[in-house]
Write a protein that binds this ligand. Structure first.
Ligand code: HEM
Length: 249
């Protein structure tokens, strides 16, 4: 992969091309666009993904837990039953690289009956359209949902998730969002708040534009990975606080 035939160095931003695989996760896509994981989105090992997550500020427990779950073999839930964490694995059985190490491709993050869910902030529900790529209208709605017009707080993202639920309930007769997936969805924005939030968990709007609009880590806007890593107790507490504002049941 090169720009004007110059090889890209690790960390340098270059948005993937049509042949590169990407996922519904803006943060994982950003890691690929900076070359912290394979730029083509293919054959990513667990150790590479974990190191990339730790490099942006996740603790060993949050990074390790996410990677462990994602690297399980995928198993569909029995027909008509809700998914459980046993179904969150993303790899095909026996999916390994030439050295025999388990690997994952980024498009597998969007596989049905695994982690991907309805009521995303910036992606449409599976029944309603493109559930992988950024939806321009939902993105604009996100950008205008800041209560102070400048940054996004825990209550802003929680209330936005509630609004997205109400919209899905109105528009999607096939809507599925069981409690487990509600908490997963709150944890996604919780991770965002923990990793990119300044001060008392406020993510500046220009960071959100970089991460979602360009799938780029917002170094140019002044972001740096935190000194203190995001460990599970903090991620859990922020997720519960978001869930308080987002609770749809
Ligand atoms: C192994 C690591 C990770 C995996 C496998 C993963 C997987 C996913 C998947 C499958 C989605 C799509 C869910 C959906 O909207 O249907 C998603 C969305 C998302 N992820 Fe990740 N993710 C990872 C790491 C992270 C981290 C570290 C963060 C934050 C720092 C993050 C933030 C988000 C956000 C904010 C969304 C929601 C996008 C939206 O609702 O529009 N993810 N992730």
């Amino acid at each position: 992969m090169s720009t004007e035939n110059q090889p890209l160095s690790e960390g340098q931003y270059h948005r993937g091309g049509a042949d590169d695989l990407r996922s519904p996760c803006p943060v994982v896509n950003s890691l690929a666009n900076h070359g912290y994981i394979a730029r083509d989105g293919r054959n990513i090992t667990a150790s590479k993904l974990k190191a990339a997550l730790e490099s942006i500020g996740l603790g060993f427990d949050t990074a390790g837990g996410l990677v462990k779950v994602a690297f399980q073999d995928h198993v569909d839930p029995p027909e008509g039953t809700p998914r459980s964490s046993a179904n969150f694995g993303l790899r095909d059985a026996g999916q390994v690289n030439e050295d025999g190490e388990p690997v994952l491709n980024l498009d597998q993050l969007g596989r049905p009956h695994a982690i991907e869910h309805d009521v995303s902030v910036t992606r449409q529900d599976r029944e309603l359209g493109d559930y992988i790529h950024l939806n321009p209208d939902l993105y604009q709605q996100f950008l205008t949902s800041s209560s102070n017009g400048e940054s996004f707080s825990i209550s802003d993202v929680g209330k936005l998730r509630k609004k997205r639920f109400d919209e899905s309930k109105r528009d999607n007769p096939e809507l599925e969002l069981e409690k487990r997936m509600h908490y997963i969805a709150c944890a996604e924005v919780g991770g965002l708040i923990c990793v990119f939030g300044k001060g008392l968990y406020h993510v500046p709007k220009d960071y959100i534009q970089a991460i979602f609009g360009e799938e780029r880590l917002p170094y140019a806007e002044g972001w740096q990975p935190r000194w203190t890593k995001v460990f599970l107790p903090e991620a859990g507490a922020v997720t519960l606080a978001i869930s308080h504002y987002a609770w749809p049941f």
